[in-house]
Design a protein around this ligand. Structure first.
Ligand code: AQP
Length: 333
């Protein structure tokens, strides 16, 4: 860790195979920021328990997520790539911060409302307190910046409020983190239901594109993507949510503006546009898929990264927890 650089923390849950939304909203920016910042990028496995998981699959998906971090270009010598459950300080700080978070705040979280509707048979306390654990993840590392998709903005705001509240009582302890939300790509929507976001735990496979989907599958999914009545390729989230989502995806993978996309496909047909979007996504993901296949076949290497980085992350996290314990009045051992 370089002392004069600012710190980043972010994480992804191994709650399913990662989607194009996770890549464009989060992972791609992780890579873009890795030279400028000291980065902690976590596989936040503890968060996944808010929804029932198959233990064997969860373990495999945790390895897969680390392999994807590497495949997307994160350098394991430059970044602290680690597993949340390897650092006990996350659970410890989460308990303390939970005592500085109000029920009313947690009840307002839209993800809690969404997920409790989707999993009505399992509205557990963890689902409700999830944003407190997320606040602990971020605040433990005194993070300045948190790269996230737009869906996590509300949770990040809560983390800021908790940090400010704690600092107001005990004096400067936590850095109040800023979100880093990309322009295009911040909110990739479902391909079949463009009024909801693309999610890795969606039950309809045609709603999402996985980072690891084969080229023909990617192109087929885009071919099937819901478009809107009319024939114009124009960005309008309210009137044309399907086409707007595709414009956003194309702009994001090509790193151009939405206006550039409208101009490129002016007068074009929906079918040709969808094919172009599918091909551009497949081209972008192909090199990542190749590297992923190599990394996932070497568990020994993945384990060595996790072991090494758990130590690095623990060192920083434990020092924050000690500081917090002292401030709240615990006797340090
Ligand atoms: N559709 C999306 N568009 C842009 N960014 C997205 N992210 C997720 N979906 C999109 C960003 O990916 C990061 C990791 O997300 P997460 O694993 O912590 O959980 P999530 O936000 O709840 O993502 P999913 O895919 O919807 O997971 P499930 O289905 O398990 O709930 C975050 O930065 C997120 O913003």
């Amino acid at each position: 860790m370089t002392p004069d650089k600012k710190t980043i923390f972010s994480g992804v849950q191994p709650s399913g195979n990662l989607t194009l939304g996770n890549y464009l909203g989060a992972l791609r920016n992780f890579c873009r920021l890795q030279d400028e910042y000291n980065c902690y990028y976590c596989v936040v496995d503890m968060h996944t328990l808010t929804v029932r998981q198959n233990p064997e699959e969860l373990r495999e998906r945790s390895y897969a997520l680390l392999a994807l971090y590497l495949a997307c270009g994160l350098d394991p010598d430059k970044n602290v790539l680690f597993l949340q459950s390897h650092v006990h300080s996350h659970a410890e700080l989460s308990w303390v911060l939970g005592c500085y978070t109000y029920m009313g705040e947690l009840s307002r979280m839209t993800q809690f409302k969404d997920k409790s509707q989707r999993h009505a048979d399992n509205i557990n306390a963890g689902l409700f307190t999830y944003p407190v654990l997320m606040a602990a993840d971020i605040l433990l590392y005194k993070s300045d910046l948190v790269p996230i998709g737009a869906d996590q903005k509300q949770h990040l705001e809560l983390a800021r409020n908790i940090a400010e509240r704690f600092n107001a009582v005990y004096g400067d302890t936590f850095v109040v983190p800023e979100p880093f939300i990309p322009g295009n790509g911040a909110r990739i929507m479902s391909l079949q239901e463009p009024d909801k976001k693309m999610s890795k735990s969606d039950t309809n496979v045609n709603n999402f594109v996985l980072i690891t989907d084969p080229r023909d599958v990617i192109i087929k999914k885009f071919k099937k993507a819901v478009t809107d009545s009319g024939a114009e390729i124009r960005y309008d989230e309210n009137e044309k949510p399907g086409i707007s989502n595709l414009i956003n995806i194309y702009a994001s993978v090509k790193d151009v503006t939405r206006q550039d996309v409208e101009k490129e496909f002016e007068g074009g047909r929906y079918g040709d546009f969808k094919k172009a979007v599918g091909e551009s996504v497949a081209d972008t993901l192909a090199p990542i898929q190749e590297r992923y296949a190599e990394f996932i076949s070497d568990k020994t290497y993945l384990e060595s990264i996790l072991r090494r980085n758990a130590e690095k992350a623990s060192e920083k996290a434990e020092s924050t927890v000690r500081e917090v314990y002292e401030k709240v009045g615990f006797i340090l051992k």
